[in-house]
Design a protein around this ligand. Structure first.
Ligand code: SAM
Length: 400
């Protein structure tokens, strides 16, 4: 049975309180793909409407005071889901025993406040795909999990099937058959940890990924920065993979320089993975990574090498300085006008990302911008220090 998600595209008076609600449901820390994120938000919106609320904040207040509503909503989000790695989707709610509908039918819209007794759930359950062969000591996966968690990596928060495939590939490579054996190697050999991290790093990227964001940067954010800044613009793309993200910024800035000539551009792009940076410097890309690049820019800045590959012009490549940097160490600079860190924090636990956010804050100029990925949110603890500029495109601005 397929659910038609369009029927949940209901609007509220405002989306106020969404991020707090996601955090409260422990979804803020769970890395949802944009597709899943929008489905979850649609369901929450639908729930809020059903329960007679004007915005997510009201729904949150309701859930805090009503354990049954809280559980029903989680059932509504969780039940019967399975994860399909091919199209990165969960199959929708089937065979669920309780539902929001049951809850609404069996209770008054304004519930009696009850003492909240919230079940702690670490994760949303993700089913392991049948295609994945687990080692004989399957239960010892926790050893690896704890080992990584102690180093700030929370793999369970994101794409477990993908992670397991890569973990098993590493285990095979060094001829270990059980999680316990591999755990012993990890403990003894820091190099293996690095190799695992490199294998695990998902480096999917493309030019102008999430096009709307780049339009917002081009039309609103950069003109504001370029008017404010008389000499230099300092930008840091953190976790840049093979470069399309900083290069997309470079193309936009180059074009804007025709309007705002005096600005000098300093564009730093960093990643933990040296091999990716080497590839980035060459600036050669498969044609699929240009799919979201508009035609005039393709013509202006790319040269076809053959029918499948394109090289980015030297003029744009020269605008970006690539540098190896591990986000878990001291930031590579300060006084940035804009820091972009998208689809990177997904690898890390909440406590580790907290450190990153503190570092981003201190590396930004006062009134500098922070841009996150589509399914990443600014954590509660630091919200007061940023102004929300564009919720959808995850653009925030450091307060004075
Ligand atoms: C999915 S890519 C994101 C690329 C680009 N930001 C985008 O959204 O298109 C994630 C990148 O984060 C990098 N990464 C992972 N852990 C990192 C760390 N500790 N420090 C710096 N970069 C890291 C990976 O090597 C990978 O290239």
């Amino acid at each position: 049975m397929q659910i038609n998600y369009d029927k949940f595209s209901i609007s509220l008076e405002s989306d106020e309180g969404l991020e707090e609600l996601l955090e409260y449901l422990q979804l803020g820390d769970i890395r949802l793909t944009p597709n899943i994120h929008s489905r979850v938000v649609s369901r929450l919106r639908f729930s809020a409407r059903k329960l007679g609320h004007k915005n997510f904040g009201e729904l949150l207040a309701h859930l805090k005071s009503d354990q049954n509503a809280h559980d029903s909503i989680l059932d509504w989000l969780d039940k019967g889901r399975s994860y399909n790695e091919e199209d990165r989707s969960f199959s929708p709610l089937i065979n669920r025993k309780t539902s929001l509908k049951d809850y609404v039918n069996n209770s008054k819209v304004t519930p009696k406040p009850k003492k909240p007794k919230i079940k702690k759930r670490k994760l949303l359950p993700l089913e392991i795909l049948p295609g994945i062969k687990m080692p004989a000591d399957e239960k010892n996966l926790d050893l690896i999990y704890d080992f990584l968690l102690n180093r700030g990596i929370n793999y369970q928060a994101y794409k477990i099937n993908h992670f397991l495939r890569r973990l098993h590939a590493r285990m095979k490579r060094i001829e270990t058959e059980t999680y316990r054996e591999y755990h012993n190697v990890l403990k003894r050999n820091p190099r293996e940890f690095n190799l695992l991290m490199e294998t695990f790093s998902i480096n999917v990227t493309r030019f102008f990924r999430d096009k709307e964001l780049f339009i917002a940067l081009e039309k609103k954010i950069f003109p504001t920065i370029m008017k404010d800044t008389s000499k230099n613009i300092r930008i840091w793309s953190a976790g840049c993979a093979i470069g399309p993200e900083p290069y997309s910024l470079a193309m936009i800035l180059k074009d804007l320089q025709e309007k705002y000539p005096p600005n000098k551009i300093y564009l730093l792009a960093t990643d933990i993975n040296q091999a990716l940076l080497e590839q980035a410097r060459k600036g050669i890309y498969a044609k699929q990574s240009l799919e979201e690049t508009d035609h005039p820019r393709r013509l202006k800045y790319f040269t076809p090498l053959d029918s499948e590959q394109f090289q980015l012009s030297r003029q744009i490549r020269n605008l970006v300085s690539f540098q190896q940097h591990d986000l878990r160490t001291t930031p590579p600079g300060k006084d940035f006008d804009l820091i972009m860190c998208r689809n990177v924090l997904i690898y890390f636990s909440r406590s580790q990302s907290k450190v990153f956010f503190e570092q981003f804050y201190s590396s930004l100029k006062s009134r500098g911008y922070l841009v996150l990925g589509r399914c990443e949110v600014l954590p509660q603890f630091i919200k007061d220090k940023f102004e929300i500029i564009d919720t959808k495109n995850r653009i925030y601005r450091r307060k004075n």
